[in-house]
Ligand binder design. Structure first.
Ligand SMILES: Cc1ncc(COP(=O)(O)O)c(C=O)c1O
Length: 373
């Protein structure tokens, strides 16, 4: 059947998302063992042990549908963020929150403005609805160029998406820049602030998006349990917004979009302060270690407010990616972003970080030998 005649043309325009290569795939391809994956900004220390225990204890409930309202998790997050429980929307990962926003607000003729390079799913969800993506280049420091984003907003703009801290650069913008930006932003568009890495941000002046919700209806902060809490495989994320926006997104979602197990794990993970502290501390130490060691190798490292780093590896990020694969180290190349000389690396365990440094050192030495010949 000639499906191309039936499919919506904008679906064919989507460039499929390329996830990080799984360890098992690389090991199978190369016939090796002991490969490491530092490509998808997962928590290298594993899931919260409290979440694991809670899930084990309640596996016997899995013949039941989930609580579609996620009552327990909703109540706990509402308490923590001091918001009305009805201001929360849950999804199958933060990804689904983006999807629900697109489904609710976007169609052909609508424009969505976002910084670029940024999270690779933005163009996918925007184009998936037949809407028009308006990417705005990051500034010279690879930070969101908020004045340029403001200028790109026009009469067709339905949504602006800001990723703070930004993936894949690890950079962030501060409160003053955000406030200036908000001052000139029209009211009649949806402002999405993707904050899935917020817990890792270290700058003192990190913007407080939640304080904006009452002042600027139509704003949403998007969060995830995939990063800090180590629950990427369970798929659970959420949005915090005003009541009207939450009501709209709730209409668009499937009733059981978050699994029973995911809700149980998320509630337990929120209370696992030891796991959270350990993750943040190791992330800080890992970032310092990588910064020091990679700079000593002459590799430029971008300052990070996340659990990953953007590094400039030389002439070709794609070639470095391939060479690192042969060393059993999976990082993330960044095709189609303009960051051709870079790769993105997740800050791993101490052993994984050392493994990366050793592999990059070998590549550097190999290059020097090659040049000397
Ligand atoms: C900026 C950004 N937003 C959203 C997501 C999706 O998160 P989740 O795993 O909760 O779907 C990611 C995942 O890497 C991300 O980097």
């Amino acid at each position: 059947m000639a499906l191309e005649k039936l499919v919506k043309p904008h679906i064919l325009e989507i460039r499929p998302y390329q996830p990080g290569k799984p360890v098992e795939t690389l090991e199978r391809e190369l016939g090796i063992e002991g490969a490491i994956k530092i490509a998808s900004n997962e928590n290298p220390h594993g899931p919260s042990p409290r979440a694991l225990a809670a899930m084990r204890e309640r596996l016997g409930e899995m013949h039941r549908y989930p609580d579609g309202a996620a009552f327990a998790l909703r109540a706990e997050l509402a308490r923590r963020f001091a918001v009305d429980p009805a201001q929360l929307v849950f999804g199958c990962g933060a990804d689904e929150i983006l999807e629900l926003l697109a489904k609710s607000f976007l169609g052909p003729g609508d424009e969505v403005v976002y910084a670029w390079p940024s999270f690779a799913m933005y163009p996918v969800v925007v184009k998936g609805m037949g809407a028009t993506a308006v990417p705005v280049p990051l500034d010279a420091d690879l930070v969101h160029d908020l004045p340029a984003i403001a200028k790109a907003v026009g009469p067709q703009t339905k949504m602006v998406v800001l990723c703070n801290p930004n993936n894949p650069t690890g950079t962030s913008f501060g409160r003053a820049a955000f406030e200036d930006f908000l001052g000139g932003l029209p009211d009649d568009l949806v402002l999405v602030v993707d904050e899935v890495y917020i817990e890792f941000a270290r700058r003192d002046d990190f913007p407080d998006t939640l304080s904006l919700l009452a002042k600027r209806p139509g704003t949403i902060s998007v969060r995830s349990f995939s990063k800090l809490y180590g629950l990427a495989g369970l798929r659970i994320g959420y949005g915090i917004c005003d009541l009207e926006l939450a009501g709209i997104l709730d209409r668009a979602r499937h009733p059981f979009n978050v699994s029973r197990l995911a809700e149980i794990a998320a509630v337990a993970a929120l209370d696992d302060f030891e796991h959270v502290e350990r993750t943040l501390e190791h992330n800080r130490e890992g970032a310092e270690y990588l910064e020091r060691e990679l700079e000593a190798l002459g590799i430029e490292v971008w300052p990070t407010d996340t659990n990953f780093m953007l590094i400039r590896v030389g002439d070709s990020g794609a070639a470095a990616y391939e060479a690192l694969l042969r060393e059993g180290v999976i990082v993330r190349p960044l095709p189609g972003t303009g960051l051709d000389q870079h790769v993105r690396v997740t800050i791993g365990t101490a052993e994984e970080n050392e493994r990366l440094v050793k592999a990059l050192r070998r590549l550097r030495e190999g290059e020097l030998l090659e040049r000397a010949r």
